[in-house]
Design a protein around this ligand. Structure first.
Ligand SMILES: Nc1ncnc2c1ncn2[C@@H]1O[C@H](COP(=O)(O)OP(=O)(O)O)[C@@H](O)[C@H]1O
Ligand SMILES: [Mg+2]
Length: 305
């Protein structure tokens, strides 16, 4: 199978509001596919359609070779899905939660103990299987929810903001688990707002207002979206000067990143002029994915207004 997920003009309209607009994407086996976009841009709606939980208004697609509309039941039974608001049973133990999901996926009895053991290990909960879920911290809950959604060993996994609201350490650990699974051949589609996670995706699709506005590898996105020379300037009064800097004819873009100003010049040849104008010592930097997304969002806004 060339593509594990393939859509053509997928669209979802709620009333008169278009949440997902003519979306065409393809995901190859074993890929970590990052699905990015601002809040409300249609990520969850897309994932719910791909999981066979929500019928598209128009457009078509296949998931694991099954038709999104006609074979949604097959899709539901074959994939793993961890929703944005994953549901664990807080008043049940760790073990009971895993056992419940093992039952839901009809994993044979003789196989369950072994699978549950694997999931306990993955979520670093071995030895704590009799604890109530309500006593677990955020990171453990998140990993347990992941365990519940992969206990059926799906070859395709949808993760909707799996790392929001957990500590940076838990986030890193969680993404390592995702990477390990991808190395074993599992395809993962994941939504995230964290750039360090997006950086680890093989492919990134960026959507805005339901529309796909970029789709490529992180490296290609940096090269194609950011054309020019990116500078980082340390200006103490950056906020006050951003307007005058943006007006310079050779400045294409200017944004604040923490204390620093990121400035996109038309080319490196304007570096000296820029330094003279600002009196700052700026350094040429590689654009980050964050620069890419800011630039994409800005282009999109300009198109709309
Ligand atoms: N069942 C629904 N009925 C009406 N509007 C919805 C429904 N589900 C989602 N939406 C709207 O669709 C848009 C996209 O939502 P969503 O897919 O959750 O975005 P994201 O996951 O990117 O934050 C939002 O404006 C949301 O309010
Ligand atoms: Mg969402």
């Amino acid at each position: 199978m060339e593509y594990v997920v393939s859509t053509n003009g997928l669209t979802k309209i709620f009333g008169n509001f278009t949440a997902v607009d003519n979306l065409t994407i393809n995901i190859r086996p074993g890929e970590i596919y990052g699905f990015l976009g601002p809040n409300g841009s249609g990520k969850t709606t897309t994932i719910r359609m791909l999981c066979g939980l929500l019928e598209p208004t128009s457009g078509s697609g296949t998931v694991l070779g099954y038709d999104l509309v006609r074979e949604s039941e097959k899709i539901k039974s074959k994939i793993g899905y961890m929703s944005q608001k994953f549901s664990l049973y807080e008043d049940l133990t760790v073990y009971e939660n895993l056992d419940f999901y093992a039952g839901m996926y009809s994993i044979p009895y003789q196989e369950r103990k072994k699978r549950i053991g694997e999931m306990l290990e993955m979520s670093l909960l071995a030895g704590r299987e009799d604890e109530l879920v309500s006593n677990l911290s955020g990171g453990f809950k998140q990993r347990l929810a992941m365990g519940c959604s992969i206990i059926s060993r799906p070859s395709l996994l949808f993760l909707d903001e799996p790392t929001s609201g957990i500590s940076p350490t838990s986030r890193r650990m969680f993404f390592q688990i995702i990477q390990r699974m991808a190395n074993e051949g599992v395809t993962v589609m994941v939504t995230t707002h964290f750039m360090d996670e997006a950086e680890r995706c093989y492919q990134i699709a960026f959507i805005s207002e339901g529309m796909l506005i970029a789709n490529d590898t992180p490296d290609n996105l940096k090269q194609k979206v950011i054309t020019g020379c990116m500078l980082e300037a340390d200006l103490p009064d950056a906020l006050r000067r951003i307007d005058s800097i943006e007006k310079l004819p050779y400045v294409k873009d200017c944004t604040i990143h923490g204390q620093m100003l990121h400035v996109l010049l038309e080319s490196e040849s304007h570096l000296e002029a820029f330094n003279q104008f600002t009196g700052a010592n700026s350094t040429i930097i590689e654009p980050s994915l964050e620069d890419v997304f800011i630039s994409l969002a800005r282009k999109k806004r300009k198109q709309v207004s």
